[in-house]
Design a protein around this ligand. Structure first.
Ligand code: 5AD
Length: 362
């Protein structure tokens, strides 16, 4: 039965809600292996053995929201707040460009101290210095006009995880001021404007059931995003969910495989959270269908303060030399070696989504 569901998923690129639930509850290692084999097959059809890298710049950890799972939530008084100056962000891009990065992801909390105009100027400055690079924004929910302004400034892509497609579950993870319908409105606005859009969710977030994950998968089918970011939930001690259990490596990998088969040409990162819960998380992610990595280019000085969850900065800065952080160049070398070891190769490329390309253009 479960084998038949995998075949149907590959053929039709979607299942019914109840079929997704059956597949998710029917998880076992043999089924996962079979899924990963199909996921690698479709991944390689579109992207070969290439691994795209994105230079992640966490430029502000101020946030007006108070999401129950997130370490940079507004009411967490135990972390120091920082906001990088445009010159410093441009410096990170400069360094990253020299190393071979051709996409920069500007990620931050919803920070009123960084006005839409300031972000637009920043995007313009990066595109001026690096016209051959893509700029991805990941700064939360905003009015459509603001998204349009940033797109006109040159932003290419936008990441906004939907977190969970189930409204009731969404309300259990967020305060009343965060509305599930607004989240989805943002994603559709971004798509209509013309961004390459990424949504996504945490695996094993508190209260998550197979039913919710089935809704998430159906939402992906409906939105048809160019990118999907998923990673395990990892508790952060200074949040209301600080004592909740983490999501599992196995279920995250299984979902990566399902998403790759559903959306064969999607850009799918092996996320930092996946690399945090298991020492081989990034490699295992690639072998389950992922094709993107997002190494951290945030200056060492503030990196520990972007504490979304426990153990994040350690995973980011794992590349140490004599106990000291080894810097972004060495970290990339280590990543390249890790990818090589499982048969993949990090490439110098913008790494755009290959959707809609004819077979001979791939
Ligand atoms: N564990 C895992 N992922 C988290 N995020 C926020 N907090 C956590 C956590 N405790 C994810 C959210 C958010 C993204 C930037 O990080 O999905 O969208």
């Amino acid at each position: 039965m479960r084998k038949i569901l995998l075949e149907k998923l590959e053929r039709e690129r979607v299942l019914s809600r109840s079929e997704f639930i059956t597949l998710l509850l029917g998880y076992d290692e043999a089924l996962a292996e079979r899924l990963f084999e199909r996921a690698r097959h479709v991944r390689e059809k579109y992207y070969g053995k290439d691994v795209f890298i994105r230079g992640l710049i966490e430029f502000t950890n101020y946030c007006k929201n108070d999401c129950y799972y997130c370490g940079i939530r507004a009411s967490n008084g135990r972390i120091g707040r920082y906001r990088l100056k445009p010159e410093e962000i441009l410096g990170c891009c400069e360094k990253g460009y020299a190393l071979g990065y051709r996409t920069f992801v500007l990620q931050g909390g919803e920070d009123a101290g960084y006005s839409p105009e300031k972000i637009a100027s920043l995007v313009e400055a990066i595109k001026r210095s690096h016209p051959d690079c893509a700029v991805t924004l990941s700064v939360g929910e905003h009015p459509r006009e603001v998204y349009q302004r940033w797109f006109d400034a040159g932003a290419d892509r936008y990441l906004l995880r939907h977190e969970t497609a189930d409204e009731e579950h969404y309300r259990s993870l967020h305060p009343l001021s965060c509305l599930p319908e607004n989240r989805k409105r943002c994603l559709y606005d971004l798509k209509q404007i013309g961004y390459q859009v990424g949504c996504g969710f945490m695996v094993g977030s508190p209260g998550q059931k197979a039913e919710h994950l089935a809704e998430d998968l159906l939402f992906l089918h409906k939105l048809q995003p160019e990118m999907v970011g998923i990673g395990p939930f990892i508790p952060q001690r200074d949040t209301p969910f600080g004592d909740q259990p983490a999501g599992s490596l196995e279920m995250t990998l299984f979902l990566l495989g399902i998403i790759r088969v559903m959306l064969p040409d999607v850009l799918l990162p092996a996320t930092t959270a996946l690399g945090t819960i298991h020492p081989q998380g990034l490699e295992r992610g690639m072998l389950a269908g992922a094709n993107v990595c997002m190494p951290n280019l945030t200056p060492e000085r503030v990196r520990g303060q972007y504490a979304l969850y426990e153990g994040k900065s350690e995973a980011d800065g794992k590349a140490t030399e004599n106990g000291k952080p080894a810097g972004v160049g060495k970290a990339l070398k280590i990543l390249e070696r890790r990818m090589d070891a499982v048969g993949y190769r990090v490439v110098v490329s913008r790494g755009d989504c290959r959707r809609g390309l004819a077979a001979d253009e791939i």
